[in-house]
Design a protein around this ligand. Structure first.
Ligand code: MG
Length: 403
């Protein structure tokens, strides 16, 4: 007996407008010929939202209508090669939205949450980490203690945001940008962790994100200097263009390393994983092509003793966060989950958001990812146009740096 086929593919964009980043959330909705059977997937790429919408509606929809929504693997590979050139941002985001929506449909057809389709729970909830930032170490310590009081065991600590804060007067004529001083930044972070271990103690698991702000040899020295603070992990120590330097970091210290949020190519992680040069893979699931490649990546990493820490910033839709959590609870090699939290408005727009209780995020037990979308409410918060400026990072002499 023939099952339902794909009837329509639509993109819903919304900007609930909270947090420091003006997030533009992108959701793909796949409707089938069976009344009421549809799936939702996260295709969010805040910085290029209209481009993702165009790819889904102009290029993927004609490819998908009439297909069997249950054939996820074949559909993923069809989309992957359909444009001939492949493995880039925008296209991958569009593909992720479609892929997750198909997993959502498969769960609904089976009457099972997606984590059951992935093998079932290895744990009840996913331990999360949240971000503590402040101008001074004492302020960061207060925020760390506030999160501990909420039951969190893992906390990322930053001082003055990415790259730290510094008063910089670049040479006259320098272009505007988000200025930072790499040397001042590393000194400030070492002071921060000294203060945190003295005042908050040894039991809390501390993390830090370098956000690719250092040149490679400075990065090696920084990882070595941080070793004595026993971080849970050090994130994005190097940009994707300089990953060969991880081998040198490994030879110098045992600071655990996390990498992957900027990866888009389906094989970019391979040398780091097979060389056991990182400890946590933390790709952005809606930037690498969705649940299908993320699930495979998790399984490969398991074989190499590498844990998962999927990217979970504010500019991922609740559907995308739910996909992370379904993977987390069903992966033996899960490490920790980054957690941005949802505003009341986001929870209203997306009924069924994963819930945070006592430091753990829980999926709900509804079929699929368990997250719905109130389209009428989403439409009341349209995405603004414009480009971001925080990515225009500059060093004291005015030169552009990785953001
Ligand atoms: Mg990061």
């Amino acid at each position: 007996m023939a099952g339902p086929t794909i009837r329509d593919v639509r993109v819903i964009m919304t900007s609930p407008g909270t947090g420091s980043i003006q997030k533009r959330l992108i959701v793909v909705k796949i409707e089938t010929t069976e009344p009421g059977l549809y799936g939702l997937g996260c295709a969010t790429f805040t910085q290029r939202h209209s481009a993702v919408k165009a790819v889904v509606e102009e290029y993927l929809k004609p490819l998908l209508v009439g297909r069997d929504p249950q054939r996820i693997e074949d559909t993923w590979n069809t989309i992957h090669v359909n444009a001939y050139w492949r493995s880039g941002p925008v296209m991958n985001n569009a593909m992720s939205g479609v892929d997750m929506a198909l997993w959502d449909i498969k769960g609904k057809v089976a009457g099972l949450p997606v984590y059951q389709l992935l093998g079932g729970k290895c744990r009840e909830g996913a331990a999360v980490y949240r971000h503590a930032d402040g101008r001074e170490p004492a302020e960061v310590a207060d925020r760390v203690r506030a999160y501990q009081a909420q039951g969190l065991r893992f906390i990322r600590a930053q001082v003055g945001g990415y790259g730290g804060h510094a008063t910089i007067t670049p040479p006259p004529g320098s272009l505007p940008g988000a200025y930072f001083d790499p040397a001042a930044y590393t000194r400030a972070v070492l002071r921060l962790f000294e203060h945190l271990r003295e005042t908050v103690g040894d039991e809390v698991e501390l993390l830090h994100d370098v956000h690719e702000r250092l040149v490679p040899i400075e990065a090696v020295r920084f990882a070595k200097s941080l070793e004595r603070f026993r971080l849970f992990f050090l994130e994005d120590l190097l940009p994707p263009e300089q990953v060969e330097w991880f081998r040198l970091v490994r030879q110098q210290c045992t600071t655990p390393l996390a990498m992957g949020e900027l990866f888009v190519n389906t094989r970019e992680w391979q040398p780091l994983v097979e060389g056991r040069l990182i400890d946590f893979i933390r790709c952005h699931v809606s930037a690498i092509g969705g649940l299908t490649p993320a699930r495979k990546l998790a399984i490969v990493c398991e074989a190499f003793g590498i844990r998962t820490a999927w990217h979970g910033p504010g500019d991922v839709s609740p559907v995308g966060h739910a996909a992370n959590i379904h993977l987390d609870v069903s992966s033996p090699n899960f490490g920790v989950q980054e957690w941005a939290g949802f505003s009341e408005l986001e929870q209203e727009i997306f009924p069924g958001c994963p819930e945070l209780r006592g430091g753990y995020a829980y999926p709900n037990d509804k079929p699929g990812f368990g997250v719905d979308l109130n389209e009428g409410l989403a439409a009341r918060y349209p995405c603004p146009d414009g480009v971001l400026d925080w990515t225009q990072a500059r060093t004291p002499d005015g030169a552009l740096a990785y953001p």
